[in-house]
Design a protein around this ligand. Structure first.
Ligand SMILES: [Mn+2]
Length: 362
């Protein structure tokens, strides 16, 4: 497994140099994998701004695995603790200021580090990798496309499989098993199968409710391939949809298609959100679209940028985001349609291929 971590590491070191830090400490597994290729559960990275050598600190259990997976960093097996080893490395390298990932380093670890190296200034900082991770390289895009393809195939299977009499949990299980068999390593998040009035819960995880004729069924799921996630939502109607279901489905679909047609690099994230929000509000359902339009996807299911009214990130080629407007009416139901796209120089490439059909004939 490789995610081109040497390219990420080089970008990270370049970003560090502009921050005035001698080094940066990474303690979480996702950033560790992104920058080193290491998939173990215990790996800390000490990455220097201007020195040649960077370090992965892990323990005995991962000695061989680290040697196989990691290039470009020196592997150090931790002694008494990872904290002790990091403080020894800091002294050897003559580091005076070390940035700590303020989102990930716990207060307990912060206190231990301070005690172990009183001579070093420890600065809670934004992790430069969260910015770099917004833009996916071609290898990452391949992995994401594979994760999307598995979810698409699973949805086609569901179009045959879903029928009245099944419980939401049975559907979730069938779906998850199907995606694993196609090579997905795990669920991207807890599978949402929300039927009937439960479809008004935007994150209604599968329950024991039995599907019946006249139900809306909101399906939101994804898988992980080589560490990269997919995220797909479709809403089905069991039997002949009534006028209200058709009206709301068409509104959500038109809002989504308007966004997909207008995405351009250079636009701000919140401008995309505004396109869908305006259409839905003008139709009288503004208050019932209570979440952001979408979010970045990659090594985590929710990444930057967020396509929300508050996010002013300027969109750039290589960013992968979801576009998922929805309308939720308590005691009636909800409808959401979600695709994943990658921003391209000319607009976007829609990665999701699943058909957008409301009526289920089974
Ligand atoms: Mn999503």
């Amino acid at each position: 497994m490789s995610n081109d971590h040497l390219e990420h590491l080089a970008q990270f070191k370049a970003a560090l140099q502009t921050q005035g830090l001698d080094a940066f400490l990474i303690t979480d597994a996702v950033h560790c994998f992104y920058l080193s290729g290491f998939t173990g559960t215990n790996g800390w990275l000490l990455i220097t701004a201007a020195q040649e050598q960077d370090y992965l600190v892990t323990d005995f259990r991962y000695q061989e695995q680290a040697a196989e997976q990691v290039t470009g960093l020196r592997i150090e097996l931790q002694g008494a603790s990872a904290v002790t080893t990091i403080s020894e490395l800091a002294q050897q390298c003559g580091l005076k200021t070390i940035g700590l990932d303020q989102e990930k380093v716990t207060l307990a670890v912060y206190a231990q580090l301070k005690e172990a190296m009183p001579q070093v200034t420890l600065l809670p900082s934004a992790n430069p990798a969260t910015e770099i991770r917004k833009r996916k390289n071609s290898q990452e895009l391949q992995f994401i496309k594979k994760a999307v393809e598995i979810a698409d195939k699973a949805f086609l299977h569901l179009l045959d499989y879903v029928r009245p009499g099944l419980s939401e949990k049975e559907i979730a299980l069938e779906l998850e098993f199907f995606m694993r068999r196609l090579g997905g390593t795990k669920n991207a998040f807890e599978t949402i199968v929300a039927s009937g009035e439960r479809s008004a819960l935007p994150h209604g995880v599968a329950s024991n409710r039995i599907l019946q004729d006249g139900d809306l069924v909101l399906l939101d799921f994804g898988t992980v391939y080589q560490g990269y996630h997919s995220d797909l939502t479709r809403t089905l109607y069991i039997g002949e949809p009534d006028g209200k279901a058709r009206e709301i489905y068409q509104l959500v679909l038109r809002a989504q298609e308007a966004v997909l047609a207008q995405i351009q690099p250079g636009m701000k994230a919140n401008e995309l959100d505004a396109i869908a929000r305006k259409m839905i509000a003008e139709a009288g359902y503004g208050a019932e679209f209570g979440h952001g339009l979408g979010h970045g996807v990659g090594l985590e299911i929710h990444e930057k940028p967020s396509l929300s009214p508050r996010d002013e990130t300027v969109l750039e080629p290589g960013m992968v985001v979801t576009v998922e407007p929805g309308i939720y009416l308590p005691r009636w139901g909800g409808i959401r349609i979600e695709d994943m796209v990658v921003i391209t120089p000319g607009g976007c490439e829609i990665l999701t291929k699943s058909p957008k059909v409301l009526q289920l004939h089974n």
